[in-house]
Write a protein that binds this ligand. Sequence first.
Ligand code: HEC
Ligand code: HEC
Length: 302
Amino acid sequence: MADFNSDFWHWYIAIATVLSILACVWLIRWMTAGFQKKDEVETTGHVWDGDLTELNNPLPRWWLGLFYVTLAFGGFYLLLYPGLGHFSGFLNWTSKGQYEAEVARVEAEVGPLFERYQQTAILDLINDEQALKIGERLYLNYCATCHGSDARGARGFPNLRDADWQWGGDPDSIKATLLYGRNAVMPAWEAALGGEAGINEMTQYLLRLSNRATIDELADKGEAKYQMFCVACHGINGKGNTALGAPNLTDDVWLYGGSISKISESLIKGRNGQMPAFGEFLGEAKVHLLTAYIYDISQGAE
Ligand code: HEC
Ligand code: HEC
């Protein structure tokens, strides 16, 4: 073990440990040595309440034996397992090694199963009850913290059960999202739109895009600026662009909230949602099963 930066600590710990064990042996032998010869019961010489004397009996043999057993156990343990400084023990056991062996055992067990699933198309996997069960379990382990245990998301974390996709909801797009992650870049617009007034106008236009009541005069001004600044990503009609992760602004589904103040906040601060990459962490086989699960739960959604 390379946890010590000099040999001093190795010897310090090893010697202190061995000496402590030897000291315990010596202490027990010393404390019990006198008893063997005498038949009479000794007293400690303490007397209370006139006639209450304290006897000095030896420990029962079995009890004494237990002490020796514990010491012997300690000695053997330190010979077999790491414990004495950086001596690694004759069994060469390490927690990392044990963990790796367990992982390897499980991989060998489930590897072929995952392999088979990975060769199966997503559109076929969604008819495979067992594959979806595994996908669900993976989802609960790795995704539920952000997207919720029901996969309906929360503010800033998209609902995965609906038909609204920022980055595309077909199997290939979902799989790419999981493998490589996604990094949404929506710039901040306060300066470009001309401060608070410009933000208000744009917000009014976005309300109109999503079919809500608006102050038309403001929305008209917003529309002109929309054509200038926003079409590149959100499209001429506001339907978004899955290649850039630019959301559809016409459907009244809002990742960051659809109230006037939340929409304005999105414009003022910009947004930068990040979906972590899972390809390296989970491996393609698990991502494949997760894709099937996500694709399946979003089918039939509005
Ligand atoms: C650390 C939080 C976090 C975790 C963990 C996480 N996600 Fe995400 N995910 C996000 C965020 C944030 C976004 C939105 C990114 C954006 O703004 O475009 C997202 C987006 C997505 C999208 C794209 C949605 C769309 O509309 O295109 C999918 C699909 C997805 N996540 C699935 C998963 C799955 C499956 C897992 C588990 C393997 C997972 N996520 C784990 C935070 C997370
Ligand atoms: C460079 C491309 C780009 C441009 C230009 C752009 N956006 Fe965005 N916009 C995005 C992306 C990507 C997101 C998603 C951000 C996220 O998921 O974190 C987004 C998110 C939003 C949101 C939040 C939507 C929600 O669901 O909460 C609003 C509102 C919005 N944009 C409005 C605008 C307006 C108005 C303009 C023009 C002034 C504009 N965007 C210009 C890329 C862009």
